[in-house]
Design a protein around this ligand. Structure first.
Ligand SMILES: [Zn+2]
Length: 417
């Protein structure tokens, strides 16, 4: 069963609805019927109409009959009616499907999830897919994300420990030192906790979230999260399996399609800065890209005219195919470095004696006409954004090499409190 679009300007939050629902199941002695961890799925960040954070959620429940499944759905409906204020653009939705075999999630449903995370999907498409796979949709626009979330078949995943605060309870500022200490002992199994001494785990909106700790191991996010939850007065917490930090929204498509994340390869032929310090990049194939100053990567780019690069980022439709850069990888660096060789007699450093081409050893005084050493600068680097500029789905550099690890982690016995 999936849910979506329950956020309100006044501070409702879809993750909190799912938390409350599962808490209720646990209190009713139904914990053993919850299969795996509930899932938090972020969808395409470049779609024009979306909820705050664009998060949808889903949970897998073991049932013996369709009636039993309907009981679970009715309970969710009651919860949504009670918790979600239908104000403004908030349009909550529930989607569910009953399957005989969890390993046989319909491929059309998986396709719908993949399309929702990388492209634009409509209500009409959601209805057609639901009909084909025998899923039921209940409610408003939220059914789109709800349906997408039940099609999530993770190939790479991460965890998030989310702690909640009581109603009317002011969010206390988490001390940077607490986060820095926990970051250093749980790294690399938690990520994006701090940027220098700036705390990144605390949101700033009106939602009931106190903080969220993301990582590749449920045990590490729980160790860190549980400490902070008790220190800062959380009313409860939950661990979600998520698609955050997995780059799942990347399409690897080399052409311009609006509202999508694209992937292009080209040589940087020009970099221009505007008065705000944003970098405008031109590639030899005529494509253009922007790196905003706050990404913190502009200087690296200025230093890379002539580099063959792979650029990825999102396309908004109204600006003629300009890519908003999320990341750059240097595939080939044109720059070369010319250095003096070491002294052939004693290995000491050599200095140049003017234009004659003669080098002299600074240590032993040996002098000769020896060729300089020419080497490629060869930076095969990933130019990554500042840590505070990472968006939900973007894969942090420290996760490289940990992909898929989350799927081998057994479910912790205490995952909701
Ligand atoms: Zn020498």
């Amino acid at each position: 069963m999936g849910i979506d679009d329950m956020d309100t300007e006044e501070g409702g939050c879809t993750t909190y609805v799912m938390y409350s629902y599962i808490k209720h199941l646990v209190h009713s002695g139904l914990e053993d019927y919850i299969v795996g961890l509930p899932r938090l799925t972020r969808l395409n960040p470049y779609v024009p109409f979306k909820t705050r954070g664009n998060a949808s959620l889903s949970v897998v429940l073991r049932v013996d009959t369709e009636d039993e499944a309907e009981d679970y759905v009715e309970l969710m409906q009651a919860m949504v009616d009670q918790m979600v204020k239908r104000v403004g653009k908030t349009s909550p939705g529930i989607a569910y499907v009953v399957l005989n075999d969890l390993s046989a999630v319909p491929s059309r449903l998986v396709w719908f999830y993949e399309k929702s995370v990388r492209d634009v999907v409509t209500m009409d498409l959601a209805r057609r897919v639901a009909e084909k796979v025998n899923a039921r949709l209940i409610g408003g626009r939220g059914v789109i994300g709800a349906l997408a979330s039940i099609g999530y078949l993770p190939r790479d995943a991460t965890y998030e420990f989310i702690a909640y605060r009581g109603e009317g309870f002011e969010r206390p500022a988490i001390e940077p030192q607490d986060v820095i200490t926990w970051d250093s002992v749980t790294r690399p199994f938690t990520f994006l906790n701090v940027d220098g001494d700036r705390v990144l785990i605390e949101p700033h909106g009106p939602d009931p979230v106190l903080f969220g700790v993301r990582g590749d191991s449920p045990y590490h996010v729980i160790a860190m999260g549980n400490y902070l939850a008790s220190k800062y007065g959380a009313i409860g917490w939950i661990v979600y399996l998520t698609n955050q930090g997995t780059d799942e929204h990347r399409t690897y498509m080399g052409k311009y399609v609006p509202y999508r994340n694209v992937n292009v390869v080209g040589m940087i032929i020009n970099v221009r800065f505007d008065e705000h310090g944003h970098a405008y990049i031109e590639l030899d194939n005529g494509m253009k890209a922007i790196a905003y100053r706050h990404l913190g990567i502009s200087k690296e780019i200025a230093n890379c005219v002539g580099c063959l690069v792979n650029i990825w980022g999102g396309l908004k439709p109204n600006d003629e195919g300009v890519i908003y850069i999320e990341g750059i990888r240097v595939l080939h660096d044109r720059e070369i470095e010319i250095k003096n060789p070491r002294c052939p007699r004693c290995g000491g450093p050599m200095e140049s004696l003017g234009k004659s081409g003669i080098l002299r050893c600074k240590r032993c005084g040996f002098k000769d006409k020896i060729p300089r050493v020419i080497s490629a600068r060869n930076r095969w680097l990933i130019i990554e954004p500042r840590r505070s500029e990472y968006r939900h789905l973007m894969k942090p550099v420290e996760r490289i090499g940990l992909e898929g690890l989350a799927l081998y982690m057994p479910k912790p016995s205490l995952w909701i409190y």
